[in-house]
Design a protein around this ligand. Structure first.
Ligand SMILES: [Zn+2]
Length: 251
């Protein structure tokens, strides 16, 4: 019996599968970013093509900043700007906090509030299309594997994406939707080098922000950051609150 067990665990194939499993667990969080967009694309195809025009992976330039937008759905009922997050685990956050948290077992991972991120995308699109922000609808779409612990109508799991879009039944847009699609495509950056620079710039900005926070300076308004306490623990908050809502969780 013992011999069978030993020959089983020393079997190269078993060892190989075991190592592959471990690797997949490590790589998975990064790997899924790519998969997420694919699954959202597949869902969006369920919308009526005549009524909803879909654009995927758009990059536009506005005020010398580039914005990478996962998905845009143009319809008479509004322009839906969709930011996808293919995360698993429990997701917590609120409208105002600078960072949200992903809880995976005992580990916590902080990420930028996607509502802020998507608001930046909407602002850039509103400039490009020369349309008021009221015509844009922000949707943050998490994968079905995540459990959302926040209350915001447009922060959703993938399985209600189509239903969420279809809730908007009031025609509010008088422009020709094909014309709007054309303008966005005309402004879409397709140059690989520019797209790569976008990623480099984001990393640089993040580094600069972290540097400011380290020196207790608010990266949003330049105010002083002070340590505050909530029922969840300590955090850094901007001394210009309530004018500035910057918050940084202390890990
Ligand atoms: Zn501030």
């Amino acid at each position: 019996m013992l011999q069978v067990l030993i020959s089983f665990i020393t079997n190269p194939i078993i060892i190989f599968i075991f190592i592959l499993d471990i690797l997949l667990i490590i790589i998975y969080p990064h790997f899924t970013g790519f998969m997420g967009e694919f699954w959202v694309k597949k869902q969006l195809k369920k919308l009526d093509k005549k009524e909803y025009l879909i654009l995927n992976n758009i990059m536009i330039n506005d005020n010398n900043a580039t914005h990478q937008i996962d998905h845009i759905v143009i319809s008479r009922y509004g322009i839906f700007v969709i930011e996808t997050k293919n995360y698993s685990g429990i997701i917590k956050g609120n409208k105002y906090s600078n960072e949200w948290v992903q809880i995976l077992g005992r580990n916590k991972y902080y990420f930028k509030n996607p509502l802020f991120q998507n608001y930046g995308h909407i602002k850039s699109l509103s400039n490009v299309l020369n349309m008021d922000e009221k015509y844009f609808i922000s949707i943050i779409c998490f994968s079905n594997r995540s459990q959302l612990k926040l209350i915001d109508v447009n922060v959703i799991n993938l399985y209600i994406l189509i239903e969420t879009i279809k809730k908007y039944k009031q025609p509010i847009i008088e422009n020709d939707i094909y014309e709007l699609k054309k303008i966005i495509l005309q402004n879409n950056i397709v140059d690989g080098e520019v797209r790569q620079n976008h990623v480099i710039n984001i990393r640089k900005k993040l580094k600069e922000q972290n540097e400011l926070v380290k020196n207790n300076i608010c990266p949003k308004c330049g105010g002083k950051l002070v340590q505050k306490q909530s029922k969840y623990g300590y955090f850094l908050g901007c001394s210009n609150y309530p004018k500035c809502h910057y918050i940084k969780n202390i890990k």
